[in-house]
Design a protein around this ligand. Structure first.
Ligand SMILES: [Zn+2]
Length: 344
């Protein structure tokens, strides 16, 4: 194992251990059974810890403080999920293990097929993930250089997204983390290879080859790319990469478009951008809770976490709680949130 990989290994291992420690040290009002988690079980048996369980894409760029903040957000997300799931039936995880698949493009196609998505563009990645049983949370501001991360815990997948990134970038991050959940659940490749696989999966999952080739068989200008990219909800740069990969544009065009994209500042901000995606599940949960007169502060108090942390995790929905209440709601104590019929 070379030095860099060894470093990544240690950081990932430390991250997972920290989540376990936080779960144990912090209040555990929902009675999460940390003792049976696979990390603790693995330690007990003296087995190797499955570092694939937590994926941090940019942990080499992260300061220790940011890493701690991200890990805390992870632990809080798990606690909050458990609290909500005592009260609501949320969609069951519907994610296949694709670790056998060595080609990320084929893996993305297999998952699309399993989810019945065909070659259609995905309107809302957060809603799709939620409908398929992944819990999606947002990261707080003190995790600026953390792109996103994901983890499996007790057969439940989680994704944490950074909302300081552009909406297009967040979608790509969500698809990237989905790749880690499906491809690297049992460890698998680490470091650079895993990242390359996840990037390739994300690109083909959001921009299926048949649809891209049908819609954009020939591309002549960057302006055309700026128009087209909204269909797949991706950045201009991500579409340039995909078009090149699918041989729609040549090496030379790819270079030229990339230079122009940089000149026009597309790496910092998108032109013809899309709206930010929000959670549908947490919106419904907060609305239903409000009808029961259970507020953000109530939940924060019960979980012993600051209310603002709750706000971050729930995409800022907790603070909008009152605004989202519909007068015609049924006010059911147990809201059944099922995958079928969810918008995506
Ligand atoms: Zn990654």
């Amino acid at each position: 194992m070379d030095e860099r990989k060894d470093h990544l290994w240690k950081v990932a291992q430390e991250a997972e251990e920290r989540i376990e420690d936080l779960m144990k040290a912090g209040s555990n009002p929902v009675g999460l059974d940390v003792g049976t988690s696979k990390v603790v079980a693995a330690k007990r048996k003296g087995k190797e810890i499955d570092t694939g369980a937590v994926s941090f894409r940019s942990f080499t760029k992260m300061s220790a403080k940011e890493r701690d903040a991200a890990i805390s957000a992870g632990a809080l997300g798990l606690q909050l999920s458990a609290w909500v799931e005592e009260r609501f039936q949320l969609p069951e995880p519907s994610l296949i293990d694709l670790s056998y698949e060595t080609d990320p493009e084929a893996a993305a196609a297999a998952l699309r097929q399993y989810w019945g998505l065909g070659e259609r563009p995905i309107k809302n990645m957060v809603h799709l993930l939620e409908a398929k049983g992944t819990r999606v949370f947002a990261l707080a501001e003190n995790t600026r250089t953390v792109d996103a991360f994901s983890l499996w815990r007790r057969e439940q997948p989680y994704i944490f997204l950074n909302h300081l990134k552009t909406p297009e970038r967040s979608r790509l991050d969500a698809a990237h983390e989905l790749a880690h959940l499906a491809l690297h659940k049992h460890g698998g490749p680490r470091g650079r290879k895993a990242e390359e696989e996840a990037n390739a999966f994300a690109s083909s999952f959001l921009m299926p080859s048949a649809d891209v080739i049908a819609i954009a068989p020939r591309v002549y200008s960057l302006n055309q790319i700026v128009e087209l990219k909204r269909r797949w909800g991706v950045s201009a740069v991500a579409l340039i990469y995909r078009l090149h990969k699918l041989n729609v544009i040549s090496d030379w065009q790819c270079r030229m478009f990339n230079i122009q994209a940089t000149e026009r500042g597309f790496r910092e901000r998108e032109q013809n951008g899309i709206d930010r995606e929000h959670s549908a599940i947490w919106q419904m949960v907060m609305t239903a809770l409000w009808k029961e007169r259970i507020t953000r502060d109530h939940i924060a108090k019960e979980l012993h976490i600051p209310a603002f942390e709750l706000d971050y995790l729930l995409f800022g929905l907790a603070s909008d709680q009152c605004k989202s209440v519909s007068e015609n709601g049924d006010g059911a104590a147990r809201l059944r949130l099922v995958p079928d019929g969810w918008p995506h």
